[in-house]
Structure formats: structure tokens, C-alpha cells
Design a protein around this ligand. Structure first.
Ligand code: HPA
Length: 276
């Protein structure tokens, strides 16, 4: 069987499973990063399926990542959330990392809010900030579209000039102003990880235009744009990147800070899904 018909079959099976679990697809999907899965606590009528029950979804190996799909309503709007995601640094191929999001798009979501925890590089960012992603730098050396193109999913050479939907960003900015969130905006660079960056790498990333750095999101955004879904990206600045502060970076601190932005994140995402 060719690679192409393989993924089409896998996506069809995932769609059938999602339909039998949750019924009709909502229009909006959420990808919740490290420490940010608690957003599902605000869902009305939550229904959950663990990744181990869903074909092609890989149970998470990362602490702080729940590893379940949760459908429900947020602010009265039907949504489905990936509470936890897979990362390239876990040893998965880029195609495997993006499979769940592709499956959600195949099921029927057309817009996706992708969140992550990130280290702040720009001097204008402080711990606990929320940053709207305006663009990205793919520093992972990988791309989920490498290999034979699946024409039924999207084009061979998808445009990435408006990867982070300008209209959705405008809505997010307005919500940020109304809610007094002091929402920042900037460029997110994705590294392969799992080691945090060296100060020299952070210095390089800042010079080439990055405002924040993390280890996720970029493969998902590429796959979502390939499939024609609209993307809004949101970073929670959990720490200043290496060399920007004297503190030693730990995953526990990252999770704690992400957890502490819960209320602002909930307000922003809830108002956003109402406005999309
Ligand atoms: N670097 C990379 N990934 C991260 C960071 C960081 O400083 N903080 C949270 N995720």
C-alpha cells in the first residue's frame, strides 16, 4: 500500500471513531500545551476519549500533558480540545505528531486555536505573559509534509505567508484590550528539544527575529494550513529563555506558571471561540 492511500485510510478510520464517540464535529479545535490542559475544566458537558482509545493518536509520555480528547461547550460554543499533544522530541515523526490534528480537520473542524508554553526572548516579555503568535521560525529541521504529497489533503507547496490568521488575530487583540489582558504579539521559534536552549542559541534566535521559543506548535500549524484550516497561535510565556535570567529552567516551573495563567487564558479562549 502506498504512503498516500495509507494516511487516507487512517484518517477515514479516525473520523469514523470520532463520529461514533462524539457525533458531529464542532467547527473549532483547541490544542492545549504544557500546563494548559486545565482549560477543559471550564467546558460545559465535557465528554472525553483518551488517546489510547483513538486510532492514530499516541498517548503522551510528557508529564503535564493529559493525553485525551475532550469535547464540550466553552461559552456555549461547541469545541473539541486536545488536552496534551505529542512532540518531535518524544521520537515521533513529524507526520505522527500532526496526525491527531489532521484527524480533527478531516472530521470537520475548520479553525484551530493552538497553545503552548514558551520561553521569552524579547525584552518586552515577562513571565506569565500571553503572546499572540504573529509568525514562526521552523528551527526543528523537520516538516510534516515531507514525503509524497497527499493531494486530497492539501497542495504540495502550501503558502505560509498568512499562517496565523490575521482576522482571528484582530479578534484576539480586541478581546485582549476589552479584558485588560495586556496581550503581547510576536514570532515563535520552534526548536527540536528536549534540552532547553543554550544562552548562545537564545541569542541567535533573538537576532534572527524570534520573540519566544518552544518545542511544539510549528508542525501542527504547517499541517493545519496545508489542510486549509484557520490557525490562531497563543504562547504562555512561562519563563525567560536561557541566558535572559539567572534562574535554572525546569519543567515543573514551566507547568506552574502555565497553570497560573488559567483565568486569563480561559477568558481569552472563551471569548475567542464566541467571536470566531
Ligand atoms: N525553551 C523551550 N521550550 C520552552 C521554554 C523554553 O525556554 N519554556 C517553555 N517551553
Amino acid at each position: 500500500m502506498s504512503e498516500v492511500s495509507g494516511i487516507e485510510t487512517d484518517l477515514a478510520l479516525a473520523r469514523e471513531t470520532l463520529e461514533s464517540h462524539f457525533g458531529e464535529a464542532p467547527k473549532i479545535g483547541l490544542v492545549l500545551g504544557s500546563g494548559l490542559s486545565n482549560l477543559v475544566d471550564f467546558f460545559e458537558n465535557p465528554r472525553e476519549a483518551s488517546y489510547s482509545e483513538l486510532p492514530g493518536f499516541i498517548p503522551s509520555t510528557v508529564e503535564g500533558h493529559k493525553g485525551a480528547l475532550v469535547a464540550g461547550k466553552l461559552g456555549g460554543v461547541p469545541v473539541v480540545a486536545m488536552a496534551g499533544r505529542n512532540h518531535l522530541y518524544e521520537g515521533h515523526s513529524a507526520a505522527a505528531v500532526v496526525f491527531p490534528l489532521r484527524a480533527l480537520i478531516h472530521w470537520g473542524i475548520d479553525s484551530v486555536v493552538i497553545t503552548n508554553a514558551a520561553g521569552g526572548i524579547s525584552a518586552s516579555l515577562v513571565e506569565g505573559d500571553l503572546m499572540l503568535i504573529s509568525d514562526h521560525l521552523n528551527m526543528t529541521g523537520q516538516n510534516p509534509l515531507v514525503g509524497e504529497n497527499v493531494d486530497s489533503l492539501g497542495p504540495r507547496f502550501p503558502d505560509m505567508s498568512l499562517a496565523y490568521d490575521p482576522e482571528l488575530r484582530g479578534k484576539a487583540r480586541r478581546i485582549g484590550l476589552t479584558g485588560g489582558l495586556d496581550l503581547k504579539e510576536g514570532v515563535y521559534a520552534s526548536m527540536l528539544g528536549p534540552s532547553y536552549e543554550t544562552p548562545a542559541e537564545v541569542e541567535m534566535l533573538g537576532r534572527i527575529g524570534a520573540d519566544a521559543v518552544g518545542m511544539s506548535t510549528v508542525p501542527e500549524v504547517i499541517a493545519a494550513r496545508h489542510a486549509g484550516a484557520r490557525v490562531l497561535g497563543l504562547s504562555c510565556i512561562t519563563n525567560l529563555a536561557a541566558g535572559k535570567s539567572k534562574e535554572v529552567l525546569t519543567h515543573d516551573d514551566v507547568k506552574d506558571v502555565a497553570n497560573s495563567v488559567k483565568d486569563r487564558m480561559q477568558y481569552l479562549v472563551k471569548e475567542l471561540v464566541k467571536a470566531i
